[in-house]
Design a protein around this ligand. Structure first.
Ligand SMILES: C[S@@+](CC[C@H](N)C(=O)[O-])C[C@H]1O[C@@H](n2cnc3c(N)ncnc32)[C@H](O)[C@@H]1O
Length: 473
């Protein structure tokens, strides 16, 4: 199927039919009910099939396009779409077409399910958990130009619609660009240009205000699935993505990537990923959200390709583990990489592990996170700076009942990244009084006199500023 070959007007007709039938996220959820919807999110189809036996337009669309089932009849808007084939007297969809946020639609290859034949190497994967994670991370700030590298089914470009005046979306897989174009047209989204090519080659010397990528980050020995394995050695694709991104960012431009990185025996993962950013000249924020040991990692991706239960499973598992062993890889980190072309001669990169639940979407406040990291690093004279406590920070005290003083004081963020920090009495008292009126150095001295805690120099507040407890007035 080529989108360009599809009959004029069919996409618009199909979109109208999808919307009129209530084939939207809310419509499907309501039709399935909580139990079947939850089962479907675990890829269990039986409850959803039971909830869609009516033969009405919505039930037909859910069965056909989401569950991948055959249906005896389809309306003309579906039959003429070029997206279904007639097999043994029943209609079967050639794609997976599912509603997405804001009345958008995402088109990908049919989902692979246990028992299906092995995936074709150019399989175009649909929007999944990782797609949603990246979309949550990307800045909400409107931009003039954006690049979605490795667009796949086109879902990130859909998320950028309305926020970027112009989006270029690239993929090394021509079928991905075809299906992505269909996703954009079916979603009524214009202003996205699809281009075929590897890495940054389709945008040679172009620069953007925003670059996003949910890349083929899976680390495997000679993996053959383009949607998840780049063919680069180890975590080399993510490394190159970071290294080359800086050359494609306008001044002030930002990049947001998901990535995987190897934990190699004896090395600190922070040095590894920090090394990727070191030469870029960009400010950076790297967050490790999860770590899996090599066995968990291999199982995850064998499951992803529906390989469990197949004859090749044990052999593939063994070969993959053997390769990790030869590379001295003990675990794999999953996380976010955010870069900003700040233009500073003194770029700052913060690398951290963060596993707590954070407020979503991070994109609403990711610019503030980068600002805080930069301010903490670059404000030369903190002593004379005026600070204010960031909204939503609470003071928690823990101690033995009846004790005069707490044994622990914690500043806790109730918003944003929801961090918590153990602090001393002086920092805690500062949090209670700093309203931006007085310079922080003299204020700290007065507080130390009053509360009698250890003297605190303004420079010692840098970590609390970088982590978003205090900000400049
Ligand atoms: C994990 S999928 C992401 C799809 C989609 N952007 C999302 O967020 O769900 C990674 C995509 O990168 C593409 N890809 C793989 N190797 C690439 C390369 N060398 N250059 C550009 N894209 C590549 C794959 O074809 C696939 O569509």
């Amino acid at each position: 199927m080529r989108v360009s070959d599809l009959r004029m007007g069919f996409v618009e007709r199909l979109r109208d039919h999808l919307l009129e039938s209530g084939y939207t996220i809310d419509g499907v959820r309501e039709r399935l009910g909580d139990t079947a919807a939850a089962a479907l999110s675990r890829e269990e189809l039986v409850p959803a099939l039971r909830a869609t036996t009516g033969g009405d337009p919505l039930a037909v669309l859910i069965r056909l396009f989401w569950l991948g089932a055959s249906v005896p009849e389809v309306p003309p808007a579906v039959r003429d779409s070029g997206l279904v084939s007639l097999v043994d007297g029943a209609y079967r969809s050639t794609v997976h077409l599912q509603p997405w946020e804001s009345d958008h639609y995402v088109v990908s290859d049919r989902k692979v399910r246990p028992g299906d034949p092995a995936l074709r190497t150019d399989h175009v994967v649909g929007a999944g958990g990782a797609s949603g994670n990246l979309a949550q991370l990307v800045t909400r700030r409107p931009v003039e130009s954006a690049l979605d590298l490795g667009t796949g089914c086109g879902v990130q470009a859909l998320h950028l619609a309305g926020r970027a005046s112009r989006t270029v979306a690239t993929d090394v897989n021509p079928r991905a660009v075809e299906l992505a174009e269909l996703s954009w047209r079916l979603s009524g989204v214009h202003g996205v240009e699809g281009r075929v090519g590897s890495m940054f080659s389709p945008v040679s010397d172009e620069r953007f205000d925003l670059v996003v990528s949910n890349p083929p980050f899976v680390i495997s020995p000679g993996g053959r699935l383009t949607y998840r394995e780049s063919g680069e050695e180890g975590d080399g694709f993510c490394r190159e993505l970071v290294r080359q991104a800086a050359r494609h960012l306008n001044p002030g431009g930002q990049a947001h990537f998901l990535a995987n990185w190897m934990h190699v025996n004896g090395d600190d993962w922070r040095d590894r990923v920090g090394g990727w950013l070191a030469e870029t000249g960009c400010d950076g924020w790297v967050v490790q959200r999860d770590v899996q040991d090599v066995a968990e990692y291999v199982e995850l991706w064998l499951r992803d390709a529906a390989e469990q239960g197949t004859a090749a499973y044990a052999e593939h598992y063994d070969r993959w583990l053997g390769w990790f062993e030869a590379q001295k890889v003990e675990a794999v980190g999953f996380g976010w990489i955010t870069m900003r072309n700040s233009g500073s001669l003194d770029p700052v990169v913060r690398i951290e592990q963060m596993t707590q639940q954070v407020e979503l979407p991070v994109g609403d406040y990711v610019d503030d996170v980068l600002d805080a990291i930069a301010v903490a690093h670059r404000t030369l004279d903190l002593d004379s700076a005026r600070l204010v406590l960031v909204d939503g920070v609470l003071d928690e005290r823990i101690g033995l009942p009846g004790a005069e003083d707490p044994s622990r004081i914690v500043l806790r963020q109730t918003r944003g990244l929801r961090r918590s920090a153990d602090v001393g009495t002086v920092e805690a008292a500062l949090a209670g009084v700093c309203d931006g009126e007085l310079a922080v150095g003299p204020l700290l001295n007065v507080i130390a006199e009053l509360v009698g805690g250890d003297r605190v120099h303004a420079d010692q507040l840098r970590p609390l500023i970088a982590e978003g407890y205090f900000t400049l007035a």
